[in-house]
Design a protein around this ligand. Structure first.
Ligand code: GAR
Length: 236
């Protein structure tokens, strides 16, 4: 009789592991949220590597602390965007990820890069897109007198901050908010919705097709899945 362990065929098939490469340039709060969310193994997503264009990005320290491979690819060492993005593609693909996520990666990506990862490149942005693409989103929302602000996860296309939406979380703007206080509450919601979107993708539930973004085979609306603002004191 052989002592080899046989696979347990009585259990339903577990979803295949989904390797993820994270690109960042800064603090890595969103990376930390992913690390925390995926550490219990209940989600098939595994952060395979973290790549930064800045050697001093604190997100790299968070990754190392969690035992994740890190790489630095300094954009200033390249002649231009095309050359940097080509090297970045080569580096990312050396980890064979199923999904690439931008988590505060402050670089404009070339069309070739975006096309290469079509349908498997996600970004998070600190506004209720299509409002306030670009920078200083919290300040712009306050200056406009908005009562609702928030954050969005979307598939990346060639249009900056313009790809199809996956999920948005709404945050109420309070009378005495400053950009800093508002940012803090938006970040807390980012840390909820980004791991959620990655979890959906990793389980094969989220896709970008000809009919737009689908979740469990059903098209999501133009704003994606919408998470309303919570009442003060709520745990969500
Ligand atoms: C996040 O607020 C993210 O939405 C934003 O950068 C911050 C990164 O924070 N991204 C963009 O503005 C992209 N257009 P983190 O380093 O703590 O995750």
């Amino acid at each position: 009789m052989s002592g080899a362990t046989q696979p347990d065929t009585s259990k339903p098939d577990l979803p295949q592991r989904c390797d993820v490469v994270v690109l960042l340039s800064g603090t890595g709060g969103n990376l930390q949220a992913m690390i925390d969310r995926f550490q219990d193994g209940s989600c098939p997503a595994r952060i395979r590597a973290v790549i930064s264009n800045r050697a001093d990005a604190y997100g790299l320290e968070r990754a190392k602390h969690a035992g994740i491979d890190t790489r630095v690819l300094d954009h200033t060492a390249y002649e231009g965007r095309e050359a940097f993005d080509a090297a970045l593609v080569e580096l990312i693909d050396s980890f064979s990820p199923k999904l690439v996520v931008l988590a505060g990666f402050m670089r404009i990506l070339t069309p070739g890069f975006v096309r290469h990862y079509h349908g498997r490149l996600l970004n998070i942005h600190p506004s209720l897109l299509p409002l306030y693409k670009g920078l200083h989103t919290h300040q712009r929302a306050i200056e406009a007198g908005d009562t609702a602000h928030g954050c969005s996860v979307h598939f990346v296309t060639e249009e900056l901050d313009g790809g199809p939406l996956v999920v948005q979380a709404v945050v109420s703007v309070e009378l005495h908010d400053t950009p800093a206080t508002l940012a803090q509450r938006v970040h807390a919601r980012e840390h909820l919705i980004y791991p959620l979107a990655i979890h959906w993708f990793a389980e094969g539930r989220l896709a970008l097709g000809k009919e737009g973004v689908t979740l469990d085979g059903q098209p999501l609306g133009p704003r994606g899945h919408l998470i309303p603002a919570t009442q003060p004191g709520s745990s969500l």
